[in-house]
Design a protein around this ligand. Structure first.
Ligand code: VGL
Ligand code: ZN
Length: 196
């Protein structure tokens, strides 16, 4: 890890964890792993971004309005809160996505902060060139965030020990990882080789 590196924690929210409205199997298991990475980035003085799925109560993203998903991560709800054990530092840059009434908002790059600034601009302002990505879910928001990061010309490292997938179809997560690799992401099992 070096200056120009940032960590992006994708959608580690209650609704994607066991007991939540759109629970990802073992979703909460990413929390201690990500806490370790958060600690490393914090100690190295590198910025941390956290995206959150942040939907209105009525949206075409939900099966109550013809969409694919049960209602989840509704703005301001308990389910939309970050997992209580996720140790985000106070200066974490929080970016919200999926706020429109007719969008899925799967990519963190579709997200904005409280002032309306887009993730790509927040990264560029800080001269970030490489992003390390982990979180939920491998086959949706993690995948789209990684692919958009590559499209925006960032180097992207996927932290496979800190992601879990929805797997609507068996193998979706593996296919998502293959797609990210093919698009140019570096796939690593842990951060060790970047911190040696
Ligand atoms: C997500 C499904 C629906 C995600 C968000 O964060 O990966 N997946 N909304
Ligand atoms: Zn969603």
């Amino acid at each position: 890890m070096a200056s120009k590196d940032a960590l992006i924690v994708v959608d580690v929210q209650n609704d994607f964890c066991p007991g939540g409205a759109l629970a990802v199997k073992d979703g909460d298991q990413v929390v201690p792993v990500l806490n370790g990475y958060i600690d490393k980035f914090t100690k190295a003085g590198l910025p941390i971004f956290a995206t959150r799925d942040w939907h209105p109560a009525k949206t075409s993203h939900f099966n109550t309005s013809g969409g694919p998903w049960p209602p989840h991560c509704i703005q301001g709800s308990k389910g939309a809160q970050f997992h209580p054990d996720l140790k985000l530092p106070p200066d974490t840059v929080i970016v919200s996505a999926g706020m429109g009434s007719d969008e899925d908002g799967y990519s963190g790059f579709l997200g904005i902060n409280d002032s309306g600034a887009k993730l790509v601009d927040l990264l560029r302002q800080r001269n970030i060139e490489r992003i390390f990505v982990g979180g939920l879910a491998t086959d949706y928001c993690v995948k789209h965030t990684v692919l958009d990061g590559l499209r925006e010309k960032f180097k992207v490292v996927l932290l496979t020990d800190s992601v879990r997938g929805v797997n609507l179809k068996p193998g979706d997560s593996e296919r998502a990882i293959a797609e990210m690799l093919h698009a140019g992401a570096e796939i690593v099992t842990d951060l060790q080789r970047f911190t040696e």
